[in-house]
Design a protein around this ligand. Structure first.
Ligand code: TRP
Length: 334
């Protein structure tokens, strides 16, 4: 063990990584693996709340693993693992459930949202989702959890459960996990292609890293714009600003300056801008996409990575679980 601080983050295997995930998080994970003791895992148990078929579950897990690796997460540096490979997590989850209260779980925003979205499947796993997430975090005694805004409340609950456990058993076993916010320059909010808001899996406005160049062109050409500037140096509308933001992320400063000047002279043709944007996105994502394809083909490699990750994660998890059991009183006296 090193004396580095521990960072942990998880992702549910329910879709492809998109540019928003990449620039908002995964690219920073790649940097963090040098400075922190990092755990990045695939939350396959969490994904059971929506009842995937076994085939979809397996394909989803494989995809995320291939994508994490393609983005540059190094299995020798960080611990990349699959949640269900570490049964200690489920054990801690059972213990933590005894100190999680119905009222507070029912009040969680993500529970209320999910209950509204899937009224025919309001299962207990949805209710205790934050408890399982707390178990994920606490079992490795994570100090920092890089999460987006939508997960802040879950992280707050993890802190609350940790604090409650520590207080109840008069221990300092669990450090209180803090949200990790990337400093301004690292954290890029990637807008979607639908004119407003950020890129998101469920918003249907995303470009995936795995996306075929043909589809990237199609999606970008369909992006929302406006009817064009009518006077020089006019402020940009949100949809157009968003396209420029994307251009700044993937294109050279010269390209951005070129289209900016055209816009400011009212000579811009959005079609040209979109064509350039699509090609620059393709140039950026193509090497990643190729690595994803290679990884997906190399099941032996993916298997080795998962096995190595599971071993490292289980070792860390078993250590914490042992301490937890002693504190709780699961100590044989006979
Ligand atoms: N709930 C997270 C999400 O939907 C995934 C997740 C599960 C997670 N366990 C975690 C994230 C632990 C950070 C830490 O995105």
């Amino acid at each position: 063990m090193t004396n580095k601080l521990t960072v942990l983050s998880g992702i549910r295997p329910t879709g492809y990584l998109h540019l928003g995930n990449y620039f908002g998080a995964v690219r920073s994970f790649v940097k963090m693996q040098h400075d922190y003791n990092c755990f990045f895992f695939i939350a396959d148990i969490h994904s059971l709340t929506t009842h995937p078929t076994p085939e979809n579950l397996q394909a989803g897990v494989k995809q995320v693993l291939a994508e994490y690796l393609a983005c540059g997460i190094d299995p020798e540096k960080a611990t990349i693992f699959i949640q269900s490979d570490v049964p200690e997590v489920s054990e801690l989850y059972a213990f933590l459930n005894m100190n999680a209260y119905l009222g507070e779980l029912e009040r969680t925003t993500s529970f209320k949202d999910k209950a509204r979205q899937q009224p025919d499947n309001v299962n207990a796993g949805l209710l205790t989702y934050p408890v399982l997430m707390a178990a994920d975090i606490l079992i490795h005694k994570a100090n920092f959890v890089p999460v987006g805004k939508d997960q802040e409340q879950n992280l707050e609950m993890a802190r609350k459960f940790a604090q409650r456990f520590n207080y109840m058993y008069k221990t300092e076993l669990f450090p209180l996990p803090k949200p990790y916010t990337f400093d301004g320059k690292d954290m890029i909010k990637v807008p979607g292609l639908d004119g407003s808001g950020k890129m998101g899996k469920s918003e249907g406005n995303a470009i995936n890293l795995y996306e075929d160049p043909k589809d990237i062109r199609k999606k970008v050409m369909r992006a929302v714009t406006d009817s064009g500037p009518t006077e020089p140096n006019q402020p940009k509308s949100e949809p157009v600003e968003n396209l420029f933001t994307l251009l700044k992320i993937v294109s050279t400063p010269d390209t951005v300056a070129h289209f900016d000047a055209l816009y400011n002279n009212c000579e811009i043709r959005y079609g040209d801008l979109k064509k350039q944007l699509a090609e620059d996105i393709i140039a950026y994502t193509s090497p990643i996409r190729e690595r994803i394809i290679e990884n997906l083909k190399d099941e032996a490699y993916l298997g080795r990575v998962a096995k190595l990750g599971a071993e490292k994660a289980r070792e860390s998890a078993a250590r914490t679980l042992q301490e937890v059991k002693e504190v709780i009183g699961f100590k044989r006296l006979f």
